[in-house]
Design a protein around this ligand. Structure first.
Ligand SMILES: Cc1cc2nc3c(=O)[nH]c(=O)nc-3n(C[C@H](O)[C@H](O)[C@H](O)COP(=O)(O)OP(=O)(O)OC[C@H]3O[C@@H](n4cnc5c(N)ncnc54)[C@H](O)[C@@H]3O)c2cc1C
Length: 392
């Protein structure tokens, strides 16, 4: 496999760098705030690059796997998000390309592309997380509508979402995976109640969402009735392929190097030159390079029309492990300044204690623990790999 870039790919990389510099002329850097997000999104829309993985037919740039690879590396190195927009752009859109009716594609894709509406994912329920097929939220056909009753849980961002793509039960088949239907549900419809779930770090990301007699037009059903499991599996594999976190980990390696080069090690030199630290960091970097190649291979298979399948579980499993280990290096670098962290002490009157990079990195470390649960736990990914790759 030839991993060197062609001349046209090098030209493309230059074009990407020019766009980044035009949007944020150095020394200015993207700060993650709403103003910068709007500016970056505007630049992407103007350039026609707002949805980097979308095919041209739906308003995307139609890039090759290698172009996407270059794009993600370059924007990540500049501290920018590869895409603006929530779950619609990366998770729902590929499903609408494959299973959506022409009406659904026209109705929903432009709003997703222009980040005019926010989507949330309604899969998990109390008693149906890893065993997702056990879900019980019921959708009963009544004229031209389904009437939905039930409860979803751990719904990230539901309190800000306009729409939910969700799984519902339309019939009780002996095989649990049958009888599930994929619906697009208006979060502002009567009968939808969103309740916050505050997590241990004091933040509000999760919600419980209940449905009482919520009417969803049949036109908002993606795929056929009872075909929801197949649709959802496609979506999950796209979600997991996007969770290899290679760009993030690559950026973390660079920043760990910068931080550790300024800290004392136990052998009289800097921490970066400390034998034990350097060896562990190099091991993680080598694994990251192997993961990057695996991701590139998977992306080229997807670009050639293949489905990521069990390979996406492998990417998610290894990618999560690496990113979690990377964040541990920062905790090690922060030493005692990593120990206490409470949301109540964020900002005045509490002074920032320790180096300025420590607190955001410790928060990232804590948040990163959830990555081996979200999108299907490590154990679930291992089960999928065992079944489909090892054929156990
Ligand atoms: C940050 C984050 C964001 C999330 N966002 C969303 C969202 O937006 N929408 C949504 O629908 N859901 C969301 N979830 C929920 C997520 O999908 C579930 O938490 C996940 O699927 C696990 O389900 P559970 O929490 O019910 O745990 P359980 O399924 O009860 O699992 C508990 C433990 O048992 C293990 N286990 C379960 N079954 C097996 C098995 N067969 N073999 C081996 N081990 C097993 C699991 O690995 C886990 O360690 C989110 C979760 C997190 C952490």
């Amino acid at each position: 496999m030839d991993l060197s870039l062609s001349d046209s790919e090098i030209d493309f990389r230059t074009e990407v760098r020019e766009l980044i510099t035009a949007a944020f002329p150095p020394p200015e850097r993207y700060d993650g705030g709403a103003d910068h997000e709007r500016r970056w999104h505007g630049a992407l829309i103007d350039k026609g690059w707002a949805a980097n993985k979308w095919p041209e037919a739906f308003g995307g740039p139609g890039w090759t796997a290698t172009q996407n690879f270059i794009w993600e590396r370059e924007v990540s190195a500049a501290g920018l998000p590869a895409q603006v927009g929530g779950m619609g752009i990366g998770m729902l859109a590929p499903i609408l390309f494959a299973y959506g009716s022409p009406w659904q594609q026209d109705r929903f894709l432009p709003d997703i592309l222009h980040d005019r509406v926010r989507w949330c994912q309604g899969y998990s329920e109390p008693g149906a997380g890893s065993d997702l097929a056990a879900l019980r939220t019921r959708a009963v056909l009544d004229g031209d509508d389904y009437v939905v009753d039930g409860e979803k849980v751990w719904t990230s961002g539901a309190h800000r979402a306009d729409w939910m793509f969700c799984l519902t039960r339309t019939s009780d088949e002996p095989k649990k995976q049958a009888g599930i239907t994929f619906l697009l549900l208006d979060m502002h419809a009567p009968g939808v109640t969103v309740r916050p779930i505050i997590s241990i770090d004091g933040r509000h990301m999760f919600n419980s969402v209940t449905f009482e007699g919520v009417r969803v037009p049949v036109a908002h059903r993606v795929g056929r009735e009872g075909e929801g499991w197949t649709v959802a599996k496609g979506l999950l594999s796209h979600e997991r392929t996007g969770q290899a976190f290679v760009s993030l980990s690559t950026d973390l390696v660079r920043r760990i190097g910068e931080v550790a080069a300024g800290l004392p090690g136990s052998e009289g030199d800097t921490l970066l030159k400390d034998g034990g630290f350097a060896r562990r960091l190099s091991m993680a970097e080598i694994e990251l390079q192997a993961l990057a190649v695996t991701e590139l291979r998977t992306l080229s298979e997807v670009a050639a029309g293949g489905a990521p399948g069990a390979q996406s579980s492998l990417l998610k499993l290894v990618g999560t492990d690496i990113v979690q280990r990377m964040t541990e290096f920062f905790v090690e670098c922060a030493g005692p300044y990593a120990a206490p962290w409470f949301p109540e002490t964020e900002g005045p009157p509490f002074p920032v204690v320790g180096p300025p990079w420590a607190r955001p990195e410790v928060v990232r470390y804590l948040e990163g623990r959830a990555a081996s649960i979200a999108g299907g736990s490590d154990e679930v990914q291992r089960n999928i790999i065992a079944k489909h790759v090892l054929k156990l």
